[in-house]
Ligand binder design. Structure first.
Ligand code: ZN
Length: 129
């Protein structure tokens, strides 16, 4: 769990976490093609970078660059029956209500992936891709 995160900030942090890797990828592609990113893209990336706690951002980067054994994805959805979709390991039942209500952010004890709830807000972001 990331203790430096207030429960009220979790939903926004989750949205930023989902958006951030994609924005970075788009920016990198534009850079390779010598194109200038539009203002909207830069503003959105800046927003994500400032709203993601530094500890979480560095954890995410580390996970992407050096994934621990068994970690297939830095962000893993928790299934309705309480399993991490990254490694299929079970999540402590005490965590589940807080993950679903988006009041806390946890890391899978088994594979180290950052755990995401399945909920309409998250799905909306996924569908927009
Ligand atoms: Zn896992």
């Amino acid at each position: 769990m990331f203790p430096d995160l207030s429960p009220a900030a979790v939903p926004d942090v989750l949205r930023c976490l989902l958006e951030y890797p994609e924005l970075r990828q788009v920016l990198q592609t534009l850079h390779q093609q010598n194109c200038q990113p539009c203002l909207e893209l830069r503003v959105r990336l800046k927003y994500c970078e400032t709203h993601l706690p530094a500890s979480l951002l560095s954890y995410f980067h580390n996970l992407t660059k050096h994934p621990p054994a068994g970690c297939r994805t830095p962000l893993a959805i928790v299934t309705p029956d309480g399993r991490c979709l990254g490694c299929r390991g079970s999540i402590p039942t005490a965590w589940l209500p807080r993950i679903r209500l988006q009041t806390a952010l946890y890391v899978c004890e088994n594979c180290g992936a950052i755990l995401l709830p399945v909920n309409p807000a998250i799905m909306e972001v996924c569908d927009a891709k």
